[in-house]
Design a protein around this ligand. Structure first.
Ligand code: ADP
Length: 653
């Protein structure tokens, strides 16, 4: 047998442990729920694996969770005959941070101490919560199919030990050496305390949770009648503490709010109550029960590749698999829940599920039900919907691009910032507010709402009284391309291509004016174009500017500035594109420049102006100027000149 080895927890584990102990002290009892959940997961895993490998179960076929108490030694053990762990798994699962992104999460946790409880909830502290009530935790485990067992032990102070040990049965035994209870603490060696906690948190666990209960009984005679005068004798019986009734198979009226919440916490490893419960008892051609939850908070790894579907599949009460991706599309991966159907084969595999017609139909129904629930929430409880949107809007939007069939339904659910009001708006509300003469839905995408709001691209729209949607999620531009139009109205970026805001008459007038101005300005336009060669595709008189002197506009089919920035930040190749520099002929500066050009020709000063105007346009679209240093130098020169001569700042009125 190998020697006992002492190993160090990864720093982050120790930090996490300290946080758990110090921020969850008023929720100590949940440690038992966490251990039972782990045991139940281990049994699920074994069951799933044994479908393809019958030998794994051996003689030990009665899957259950046992709680053992030793009052004198003050220990409490949770024992399962599940999948168990190998030595490597032990080290990986209970000594290191295996999940990517967890380190960053622990960092965030340390900074936001006041929200620790909420954040920890999203993470699921599981096993480590034992240290809230135990001064020492000993875990022995033997993996299914292996003949080696290991003992893991720690007092939660930076290190743990591992050694080989004897263990006859497959599975895991976690033994807590309990601390002496403080004044406010419950005594976890008391039968009724354990019974209450199990009932409260783990009643629906689908495996029996058993405990040996000692009772004093009056001996009975052959007919089962108590013998009079006989002394009571101690009798130990194994009792099942949980009802095991799968709550998803109950009728809605039979389930209490509390039960819904506890079940959610059991399957999600979340500590916060869910935002919404969706319970379906489908009867008729397609029979199934489903219990789905919309969490209140997005998990920290929602956008990481390891984030999997939150759905479990059961067939007639029998657990089949976790993370069942076929039950809901990826953009609904935040939903946690269970589906149980009698119409699916017990031996179904992941591969088979993809082509299973019944699963396909169930999926369709589930998606519809989720949409119905969300649109109901949007209509009846805007505040609650906003909470949902804040947490999961970005994921839901992915569906606009990936689920063609449901695009309309998803589009109805999206919320956007807008120039018209501080509150977010739906597309339907936007369309309702559109003035008659407005034909398209206008939007502007970028990183920051405040910055977008003051973008020169909006000027003509503001003047016209046309509302513009402001998209600030990094996925938005990609998403909009998937949406393309809403209720027959095209979505059009105000930072791209031509804008068409005017009535026929106004257009005619404007065109004539521009043509005239074009002649007047054409020399200046050519000069600016020459000066900025290689950086702009064209210089044009603008129809969208009313206040600012210049702005940059992307071609109708080019990437917008913000999309370019996103791609660059992600180290993606950015196709070369040049923007159009639009100049505002009504702006005093450009009129002056035209004057200078006419009277003095292509002066150095005019070149500097052209350069500065270009950099200005780059800055206002939210991008970086190529050479900030040069930009500043030019600006300083200009300021010096102004300071030496006439004051340039507007006089106070
Ligand atoms: P979580 O359960 O949220 O993954 P835990 O810290 O509770 O986090 O557990 C870490 C991992 O240790 C689990 O994912 C599981 O792989 C393993 N584990 C914990 N308890 C058991 C058990 N009773 N049987 C087998 N594996 C277990």
């Amino acid at each position: 047998m190998s020697k006992k080895e002492t190993m160090q927890f990864e720093t982050e584990i120790q930090q996490l442990l300290d946080l758990i102990i110090h921020s969850l002290y008023s929720h100590k009892e949940i440690f038992l729920r966490e251990l039972i959940s782990n045991a139940s997961d281990a049994l699920d895993k074994l069951k799933f694996k044994s479908q393809t490998d019958q030998d794994l179960l051996g003689d030990d076929t009665e899957l259950k969770i046992r709680i053992e108490v030793d009052k004198d030694a003050r220990t409490l053990s949770v024992i399962d005959n599940g999948i168990g762990m190998t030595r490597e798994e032990l080290i990986e699962n209970l000594g290191t941070i295996a999940k990517s992104g967890t380190k960053a999460f622990v960092e965030a946790l340390k900074e936001k101490k006041e929200n620790a409880l909420e954040l920890i909830g999203q993470f699921g502290v599981g096993f480590y919560s034992s240290f809230m009530v135990a001064e020492k935790v000993v875990l022995t485990t033997r993996a299914a199919g292996s003949d080696k067992a290991f003992r893991w032990e720690s007092t939660g102070d930076g290190s743990y030990t591992i050694e080989e040990c004897d263990q006859q049965n497959r599975g895991t035994c976690v033994t807590l050496h309990l601390r002496e209870p403080g004044d406010d603490d419950q005594d976890y060696t008391q039968e009724w305390v354990i019974r209450n906690i199990v009932k409260k948190y783990s009643d629906f666990v689908t495996y029996p949770i058993v405990m040996e209960i000692e009772r004093e009984e009056i001996p009975t005679d052959e007919e089962g009648k108590p013998i009079e005068g006989a002394k009571p004798v101690k009798k130990v019986t194994e009792e099942v503490l949980n009802s095991m009734k799968p709550i998803w198979n109950k009728r809605k009226s039979e389930v209490t709010e509390e039960e819904y919440k506890e079940f959610y916490k059991h399957i999600s490893h979340d500590w916060t109550d869910p935002l919404e419960v969706i319970h379906i008892n489908a009867e008729g051609i397609l029979e199934y029960n489903a219990l789905m939850y919309i969490p209140a908070k997005a998990p920290f790894d929602l956008f990481m590749p390891e984030n999997k579907s939150g759905m479990q599949l059961y067939v007639r009460n029998v657990f089949i698999m976790d993370n069942c991706e076929e039950l809901l599309p990826p953009y609904l991966r935040f939903i946690k829940g269970v589906v149980d159907s009698a119409d699916i084969s017990l031996n179904v595999s992941r591969e088979m599920l993809q082509h299973d017609r019944i699963v396909g139909k169930i999926r369709k129904n589930l998606v519809k039900k989720v949409f119905d629930t969300l649109s109901g929430m949007l209509k009846d409880d805007r505040e609650k919907y906003l909470k949902f949107w804040e947490n999961f809007g970005q994921v839901l939007k992915e569906g606009l691009h990936t689920d063609f069939e449901n695009r309309e339904a998803i589009a109805d659910l999206i919320l956007c910032a807008t120039t018209a009001q501080d509150e977010l708006t739906t597309l339907a509300e936007y369309v309702d507010r559109m003035p008659l003469e407005q034909k398209e839905i206008y939007y502007l995408a970028g990183e920051d709402r405040e910055m977008l709001k003051s973008s020169p691209h909006l000027e003509a729209f503001k003047e016209k009284g046309f509302e513009v949607l402001l998209f600030t999620d990094p996925v938005d531009e990609w998403v909009i391309q998937g949406l393309f139009e809403y209720k027959g109205k095209k979505l059009k970026s105000v930072a791209k291509g031509e804008v068409d805001l005017l009535s026929e008459e106004e257009k005619k007038e404007k065109e004539e004016q521009l043509q005239k101005l074009g002649d007047e300005f054409s020399a200046l336009i050519n000069f600016i174009k020459k000066t900025l060669e290689g950086r702009v595709a064209e210089v044009k008189l603008s129809q969208r500017l009313t206040e600012s002197p210049v702005c940059l506009v992307a071609g109708e089919n080019d990437l917008s500035a913000s999309m370019e920035r996103i791609l660059k930040a992600a180290n993606q190749p950015v196709p070369p594109s040049q923007r159009v520099l639009e100049i505002n002929p009504d702006h005093e500066l450009l009129q002056r420049m035209r004057e200078i050009h006419r009277s003095q020709g292509e002066t150095e000063e005019l070149k500097e102006f052209a350069e500065l105007l270009y950099d200005q346009a780059v800055l206002t679209e939210g991008s970086k100027v190529v050479s900030p240093e040069q930009f500043c130098r030019r600006l300083t020169r200009l300021m010096l000149k102004a300071a030496a001569g006439e004051p340039t700042a507007e006089k106070e009125k």
